[in-house]
Design a protein around this ligand. Structure first.
Ligand code: MCA
Ligand code: AMP
Length: 493
């Protein structure tokens, strides 16, 4: 059995006084985090499964660490999740309790659950003496992370400890990630990127995390300029940094930011493709190359540029240690050679165990011999560097690094009384990568709903990041002879 967080087992001496996490003014040492999470672990030890109200705060870190130490699977919830999505996740994952900070006010849907308030200053003296939760077996579920598909509501990806440990250790190998690293980021704590890489990553290494609470270019400059060694972000964040660094922007902020980025040990982008233009702008202003890694909720990290490797803009690097990767044709033929373009399939200790309550979807996502079908289409060059060239499903949208299914938004739009027909597409966006665009036939063409009303409706039912940023009203949706909406011709308009 592998300990996921050895540095928190029983820190003593100098190890106990090292900073583990900092969120604004609130900082916790390893000793304090061990104490608070041990105390909380004792309170939830008998919970079958817990939900975590995953605000970007130290309380979320304590809650997740406590669940891991108690061996209780945790379901991180986006605190902005709308009614319909929250109801689905709660019905599907059946948590018995919700862990939240003292100032949080989770919505009525969570009132049925036992509320466990996270106390950042709790000490382990409240817990049974010597309570050193041994964690659980390697295959035991550690986290259940919800992720969108092309149709239907999000699915809960069950992530065992084995996958988390394997993926973080492969990144340690690729990046020379140590306990001396101070990671800076502003990622949400309810997805793999921010929570597993961004929180459990530093904690597994015995290093520290400084979370900005909310992304800002000033915050990045401040934290990297005062001891941060690594930055994790989605391409939208690097785009916003590149905008400030652009020569035409000028000003003191530009100089400070360029200096801070130049001084970092590692700048890492992931969750979506980093445009080469942004990559080049950052390199020109700082002399530093952003490196990319490629992963997925279900696979955790599959490939990555090594810290000591050659950063090639536009590629996501070779497979990480322990990960097998292959390209496969539509008919299942395995492809070889630098000319080959096919679906990326991966296999290894980094894989999830399956989708909660969805054996059908789990089976459909795997081949008979255990390869996971990513749905991403790529190439592999002679040196093993992978390039993502597209995606099999046109109904998946990546906006700001969030994966969004067109189908879930269409269903919610159709539930609005002012909407008769709806189609959702992703359109290129310089800031978000893609933006959600809705094509709507109004129930009453003479008084269509306002675009903001529809955006609010989606934000309220699903989540703000899923709201359409543009709404087009049409007299009819283009359909083929079988009645299927022809989404490609929508874009042509
Ligand atoms: C706006 N807001 C609304 C509405 N409109 N709220 C309710 N109803 C509305 N109609 C609010 C928002 O809640 C937010 O509030 C503010 O207005 C701006 O929202 P938004 O426009 O969505 O923010 P943004 O500027 O577009 O955000 C960009 C971002 C964000 C910061 C880059 O997209 C982000 O954090 N992305 C990270 C995604 C991520 O971590 N993905 C990892 C999954 P307020 O201003 O108060 O905030 S992928 C993964 O994990 C795999 C494994 C991988 O490979 O990494
Ligand atoms: P999610 O399902 O939200 O975890 O998102 C995973 C998806 O994000 C992958 O299947 C890819 O399509 C995309 N992705 C993650 N990292 C990268 C990257 N570095 N370059 C391009 N796409 C990426």
């Amino acid at each position: 059995m592998t300990l996921l967080l050895p540095a928190l087992q029983s820190p003593t001496g100098p190890a106990a006084s090292r900073e583990a996490v900092r969120f604004g003014a609130l900082s916790l040492t390893y000793g304090e985090l061990a104490a608070a999470s041990t105390a909380l672990a004792a309170r939830i030890a008998d919970a079958g499964r817990v939900a975590v109200w995953a605000t970007p705060t130290a309380e979320t870190v304590i809650a997740v660490v406590a669940a891991l130490r108690a061996g209780v699977p945790a379901v991180p919830l986006n605190p902005r999740t709308g009614e319909a999505e929250l109801a689905h996740i709660l019905a599907d994952s059946e948590p018995t309790a919700v862990l939240a900070g003292p100032d949080d006010a989770p919505p009525p849907a969570l009132e049925k659950l036992r509320r466990v308030t996270v106390d950042a200053r709790a000490t382990s003296s409240e817990a049974p003496e010597g309570y050193g939760p041994g964690e659980a077996a390697d295959e035991a579920p550690a986290l259940i992370v919800y992720t969108s598909g092309t149709t239907g509501p999000p699915k809960g990806a069950v992530l065992p400890r084995r996958a988390i440990a394997a993926s973080l250790d492969a990144l340690e190998d690729a990046w020379g990630w140590t306990g001396d690293d101070v990671l800076v980021h502003a990622l949400p704590l309810f997805h793999v990127h921010g929570l597993i890489l961004g929180v459990l990553g530093p904690l597994r290494r015995g290093g520290s995390l400084r979370h900005l609470g909310k992304f800002s270019t000033e915050g990045v400059a401040r934290e990297l300029g005062s001891g941060g060694t690594m930055l994790f972000g989605v391409p939208t964040m690097y785009h916003r940094l590149a905008e400030v660094l652009d020569a035409s922007a000028g000003g003191a902020e530009r100089g400070e930011l360029a200096g801070a980025l130049a001084g970092a040990r590692l700048l890492v982008s992931g969750s979506a493709a980093l445009p080469v233009h942004d990559h080049e702008r950052i390199a020109a202003a700082t002399g530093r190359r952003v490196i990319e890694r490629y992963g997925m909720t279900e696979t955790l990290m599959s490939t990555g540029i090594r810290a000591d490797g050659v950063p090639r803009p536009g590629t996501v690097g070779p497979p990480l240690a322990g990960v097998e990767l292959r390209l496969v044709e539509e008919d299942g033929t395995v492809l070889e050679g630098p000319e080959a373009i096919g679906e990326i399939q991966v296999r290894g200790p980094n894989l999830f165990t399956g989708y909660l309550n969805r054996p059908d979807a789990t089976a459909a996502a795997h081949t008979a011999d255990g390869w996971f079908r990513t749905g991403d289409v790529g190439t592999v060059d002679g040196d093993g560097y992978v390039t993502i060239v597209g995606r099999k499903a046109t109904d998946l949208i990546k906006s700001g690094g969030y994966k969004i299914g067109a189908g879930e938004i269409e269903n919610v739009l159709l539930g609005h009384p002012g909407v008769r027909e709806a189609a959702v597409t992703g359109e290129a966006d310089p800031d978000l990568g893609e933006r959600v665009v809705a094509w709507v036939v109004a129930a009453d063409p003479d008084s269509p709903p306002r675009a903001e009303e529809l955006a609010d409706h989606v934000a309220g039912q699903l989540a703000p990041h899923k709201r359409p940023r543009t709404v087009h009203f049409l007299d009819a949706l283009p359909r083929n002879d079988l009645g299927k909406i022809m989404k490609r011709s929508l874009h042509a308009r």
